[in-house]
Write a protein that binds this ligand. Structure first.
Ligand SMILES: Cc1cc2nc3c(=O)[nH]c(=O)nc-3n(C[C@H](O)[C@H](O)[C@H](O)COP(=O)(O)OP(=O)(O)OC[C@H]3O[C@@H](n4cnc5c(N)ncnc54)[C@H](O)[C@@H]3O)c2cc1C
Length: 418
C-alpha cells in the first residue's frame, strides 16, 4: 500500500455541523488540538427545519455565536396552537431572560458554528470525505484515526479518539459496526418549503387539522418555513408534491391568508424516514454524537439542541478521560423521557383529543406554558403536564416505561453505571 500523509491531533471529528462544530469548539476551548472534517463546504444547507428553544439559545450564547445568529434577525417566537377556530399563545419560562424560540435556517446557522469553532482554535477541513478507519475498532486494535479524500488526494488524520458527528447515515457508525437500535417507527412524515414576502410575526403557529398539522415558522433573513406534517399513509396518493402541499395549506384559511403576495422560494422538501433510534455511543477509540448517535421525530424539534448539549457533555468527558463509560450512561438518563414523548409527537392528532387538550390550555395559561416548555426541556411531560391535562395520558401513554417497553429490548450498554 502506498504511504499517505498523516496529520496527528488529540481528537478527530467527522462532520462539522450542529454536533461536529459544537464539539470542536468545546474541545478547542478545553485546550485540545482538534480537527473536524466535513465533505460539505460552508455555508450550505441540509434537510432540517430549525426551531430552537431558550435552552438551546443559551447554548449558542455560551459558544459565543449568538450575536452572529441574531444579526440575521430571526424574530423571537412565542408558540401558538390553533384548532377548530380556537387558539392559545404561550411564552416559555425565561432562560437567561429569553422566553422565546427562534427559527434559523441551517445555511445560516451551520456556517456561523463552523466559524465559531475556528475562532475557538479548532481546525475545520471542508470538502474532505472520510472513507476509512485507522485501526479496526477492537479492544486490541482501537480506532486511532481516519483516512479521507480531499481535493489533493488521500490523507490520514490520526488521534486517540475519533468522533462520528456525521449524521443519520454516519460513515463512522457503519465502519465500526454500530447499528441502529431501539428503533421507534413513526406514522407521520414532514415536508416543507421556504417562503419570502410573508408578513413577519412573533409566533410559531401550529394549525391542527387532524390528521394533519401545518406550521408557520418565521425565520432568519426574511424567510419563512411553512410545513405540513401528516400520515405516512397519504404518501401513496401524492403524485405532485408541490400541488399537494399548496392544497393542504390552502385548506387552512388563516394560514393561506398570510401567504397572499408571498413567494415560495424553494421546492417542497422533507422526509418520510423519521423513525427514532439509538446507536451504541462509544467503543474502542470512537464515539458518536448528534444524529449519528440518536435521532427522534422532528416534531420534537430537539435534534439541534440535543447535538449541542451532547457535544458539550462529551467534550468535558473527553477532557477528563471518562467518555467511554460516562457518556453512554449520561445519554440514557438524559434522553429517555423525551424519546418516549416523541412516540406521541410522531402520531397524527385526533379531533376529540385536541378538543380536550385545547379546553385545558385555553383555560389554564400555566399549563399552556408548561406544555410549550416541554420543548425547551425545562418541564418534564410525565411529571409536570400529562397528569394535569384531562385526556392527555390516553394519547401519550400512561408512563415512560409503558411507552418504551416495545422498543427497549436492548438498552444502551453501561446504563447501569449512571
Ligand atoms: C425534516 C426534519 C426537520 C427537522 N426539524 C428540526 C427542528 O425544527 N429543530 C431541531 O432542533 N432539529 C430538527 N431536525 C433535526 C436536526 O436537523 C438534526 O438533529 C441535526 O441536523 C443533527 O446535526 P448533526 O450535526 O448531528 O448532523 P448533520 O446536520 O446531519 O451533519 C452531519 C455532517 O456530517 C457530514 N458527513 C457525513 N458523512 C461524512 C463523511 N463520510 N465524511 C465527511 N463528512 C461527512 C455531512 O456532510 C454533514 O455536514 C429536523 C430533522 C429533519 C429530518
Amino acid at each position: 500500500m502506498t504511504e499517505i500523509p498523516v496529520r496527528t491531533y488529540d481528537a478527530v471529528i467527522v462532520g462539522a455541523r450542529a454536533a461536529g462544530s459544537a464539539l470542536a469548539l468545546h474541545l478547542a476551548r478545553a485546550g485540545l488540538n482538534v480537527v473536524a472534517l466535513d465533505r460539505s463546504t460552508f455555508p450550505s444547507d441540509i434537510l432540517s427545519t430549525h426551531v430552537i428553544y431558550p435552552n438551546t439559545i443559551a447554548r449558542l450564547d455560551q459558544m459565543g455565536v449568538l450575536d452572529a445568529v441574531l444579526a440575521h434577525a430571526p424574530p423571537p417566537l412565542y408558540t401558538a396552537w390553533h384548532h377548530e377556530g380556537r387558539m392559545f399563545v404561550a411564552p416559555h419560562t425565561p432562560i437567561e431572560g429569553r422566553d422565546w424560540a427562534i427559527c434559523v435556517r441551517r445555511i445560516t446557522l451551520d456556517g456561523i458554528l463552523v466559524e465559531g469553532a475556528r475562532k475557538a482554535g479548532a481546525e475545520i477541513v471542508e470538502g474532505m470525505t472520510v472513507t476509512g478507519l485507522i485501526g479496526k475498532g477492537t479492544e486490541d486494535d482501537p480506532v486511532r484515526g481516519v483516512t479521507a479524500l480531499g481535493e489533493t488526494g488521500e490523507i490520514g488524520f490520526a488521534a486517540p479518539i475519533v468522533i462520528g458527528a456525521d449524521g443519520v447515515n454516519s460513515t463512522i457508525a457503519r465502519l465500526v459496526g454500530a447499528a441502529r437500535k431501539r428503533i421507534m417507527p413513526t406514522e407521520t412524515m414532514l415536508y416543507f418549503a421556504y417562503w419570502t414576502g410573508v408578513k413577519t410575526r412573533n409566533t410559531q403557529d401550529f394549525f391542527f387539522e387532524p390528521p394533519w398539522v401545518c406550521a408557520h415558522f418565521p425565520a432568519d433573513d426574511g424567510h419563512h418555513v411553512i410545513t405540513m406534517n401528516g400520515p405516512l399513509t397519504a404518501r401513496a396518493e401524492i403524485k405532485d408534491w408541490d400541488e399537494y402541499y399548496l392544497n393542504r395549506i390552502r385548506s387552512i384559511p388563516a394560514l393561506w391568508a398570510r401567504l397572499e403576495g408571498a413567494t415560495k422560494v424553494s421546492k417542497v422538501i422533507g422526509s418520510p424516514r423519521l423513525e427514532g433510534y439509538y446507536r451504541d455511543h462509544t467503543g474502542p477509540g470512537w464515539a458518536l454524537v448528534g444524529d449519528a448517535a440518536h435521532f427522534k421525530h422532528p416534531a420534537g424539534a430537539q435534534g439541534i439542541g440535543d447535538a449541542f448539549h451532547a457535544a458539550e457533555v462529551l467534550a468535558g468527558m473527553i477532557a477528563d478521560g471518562s467518555w467511554r463509560h460516562a457518556y453512554p450512561a449520561w445519554r440514557e438518563q438524559d434522553s429517555r423521557e423525551f424519546y418516549a414523548f416523541c412516540k406521541h409527537l410522531g402520531e397524527p392528532p385526533g379531533n376529540d383529543s385536541m378538543r380536550q387538550v385545547m379546553d385545558t390550555y385555553i383555560r389554564d395559561p400555566k399549563l399552556a406554558r408548561a406544555i410549550v416548555d416541554v420543548w425547551a426541556r425545562t418541564v418534564k411531560p410525565w411529571s409536570d403536564v400529562i397528569p394535569h391535562v384531562p385526556g392527555l395520558a390516553a394519547v401519550t401513554g400512561a408512563s415512560i416505561d409503558a411507552v418504551l417497553a416495545p422498543y427497549e429490548g436492548e438498552r444502551l450498554p453501561l446504563a447501569a453505571s449512571a
